[in-house]
Design a protein around this ligand. Structure first.
Ligand code: TYD
Ligand code: MG
Length: 452
């Protein structure tokens, strides 16, 4: 019998070593190198008796024909938008997210709603469990095939039989291939099985939606190279205690990564949220101190988001600062700016910040609302609910202009806001009649405008 061949892989970055090391020399992580068995066979193709392929030929770019048929429109508009208009044939889409966030639900919903032949492969749930889930989701696609299998060779056998237009695999970490001996979920298994799936997808032009688990740092578990191998990397995120879920593209070879899909988890599955602003602003009758509404943009869509702050006297020596849905470093920076440029003594106060709805915001235009919410809580003076904010704040306390301000103003106007605070340096090309625009240039002016 041949001697078992093993190699050492870093479980963090996927680097390969001939012997064990305490620290990976490529990503500098400690204790991540693990021995894996990699007995390789001769053939590694997805088809056992693969005929040699014709060599590819170079074509002039003008002679390459594109047809609309290259994209499959799912019935899910939010997903279509994030993907840049639908699923591209022959592409590999990796969908990552925390356990319980709804990856399997979303994938099954897509599989059931699409009017195509689909093969849904699960390594995690039995056929009857999936059927039970499908009954809750109500959609019914009689051409959706369910398979519980983890061995890629068996999956390919089923693929040849079913000849689907779309394949869903739940999840890549449960798959294993016969061609190497490492256990499922290990770096080398993930790499090999993905390579086999890519080969299948490209040769047959069948798109594959691949579900991936994430590790405790929030990255997709497996070698970093996995994200390079696939065409699209989607991240499904949200707070488990809230019902809203956000789908983002981290990488997309066929579209923009700025787009965003918003869903709400209901008892009958994920509902697409067409008008996100309405749900992100809590409906209440009276104004409360410490809340301010920001006109942000997520992708191409304007989104009104409520920011809540609580400022209170610190009980212990070191004041606490905490932020949910917002960068803590940025919060500290804004507090320092308030202290230095506007003379607000927040140094001995605890400051808590929360973006409602459990979503994360990267748009710098939210800064002004964050500062307004903090000031409002500190003064214990409510900001009228008909006010909203959209500007970035610089280190010198200056109110900076932001992109696509008119789109934000329009959204605010549409939702019935009566006043919007923006930077003096934002140039507007047309007047707005339905909403008052307050132009400010320095952080001190904000205070006078709100509470003086
Ligand atoms: P799931 O898709 O299994 O998550 P993942 O595959 O990302 O681990 O989603 C599981 C959660 O979703 C579960 O906690 C219950 C909830 N859920 C609903 O609220 N409504 C539904 O219709 C379904 C199917 C799930
Ligand atoms: Mg799942």
């Amino acid at each position: 019998m041949a001697k078992t061949k093993t190699t050492f892989f870093c479980q963090n970055c996927g680097s390969q070593y001939a012997k064990w090391l305490g620290q990976c020399s490529s990503c500098n992580e400690w204790n991540t190198i693990v021995e894996e068995v990699i007995q390789k066979e001769e053939k590694r193709s997805w088809k056992q008796n693969n005929a040699p392929k014709k060599a590819a030929k170079a074509l002039k770019i003008d002679n390459i024909v594109l047809n609309e048929e290259d994209r499959i429109h799912t019935q899910n508009n939010e997903l279509n938008r994030v993907l840049g208009g639908g699923i591209v044939r022959g592409s590999l889409i990796l969908l990552g997210g925390e356990p319980g966030i709804g990856k399997s639900t979303l994938s099954l919903q897509v599989a059931l709603a699409i009017e195509k032949n689909v093969l849904y492969v699960s390594g995690e749930e039995s056929q009857s469990q999936i059927k039970m889930r499908a009954e809750r989701l109500k959609n019914n696609n009689s051409n959706c095939h369910i398979l519980t299998e983890t061995k890629t060779q068996n999956i390919f056998k089923n693929l040849e039989e079913v000849q689907p237009d779309l394949v869903v695999i739940d999840s890549i970490q449960t798959l294993h291939t016969d061609s190497i001996e490492a256990s499922p979920g290990s770096i080398s298994q993930i790499r090999e099985t993905t390579a086999e799936l890519i080969k299948f997808a490209k040769e047959t032009s069948t798109p594959i939606l691949l579900i991936g688990h994430i590790n405790k740092e929030g990255h997709i578990a497996g070698p970093k190279i996995l994200e390079h191998m696939v065409d699209v990397v989607l991240q499904f995120e949200g707070d488990r205690n809230h019902t809203y879920r956000i789908l983002r593209a981290q990488k997309n070879r066929f579209g923009s990564t700025a787009e965003l899909g918003i869903y709400e988890m209901q008892s009958t599955g994920l509902r697409e949220v067409d008008n996100p602003s309405e749900i992100l602003i809590s409906q209440k009758d009276e104004s409360l101190s410490g809340t301010a509404i920001s006109a942000t943009l997520e992708g191409m869509r304007p989104l009104m988001i409520e920011v809540q702050a609580l400022v209170s006297t610190a009980v212990y020596g070191t004041p606490q600062r905490s932020a949910t849905g917002y960068d803590l470093k940025r919060l500290n920076m804004l507090l320092a700016v308030l202290e230095k440029r506007a003379g607000f003594r927040l140094g001995a106060k605890d400051v808590f910040l929360n973006i409602t709805g459990g979503i994360k915001v990267d748009d710098p235009a939210i800064d002004l609302a964050v500062v307004s919410a903090i000031l409002s809580s500190n003064e214990d003076d409510a900001i009228p609910q008909i006010f909203c904010f959209a500007a970035e704040i610089g280190l010198a306390g200056e109110i900076r202009p932001i992109n696509r301000v008119e789109q934000r103003i329009l959204e605010a106007e549409k939702l019935g806001f009566e006043k919007i605070f923006i930077s003096k340096y934002n140039k507007l090309s047309k007047p707005f009649n339905g909403i008052e625009i307050v132009l400010i240039s320095r952080i001190e002016e904000l205070y006078d405008n709100l509470f003086a």
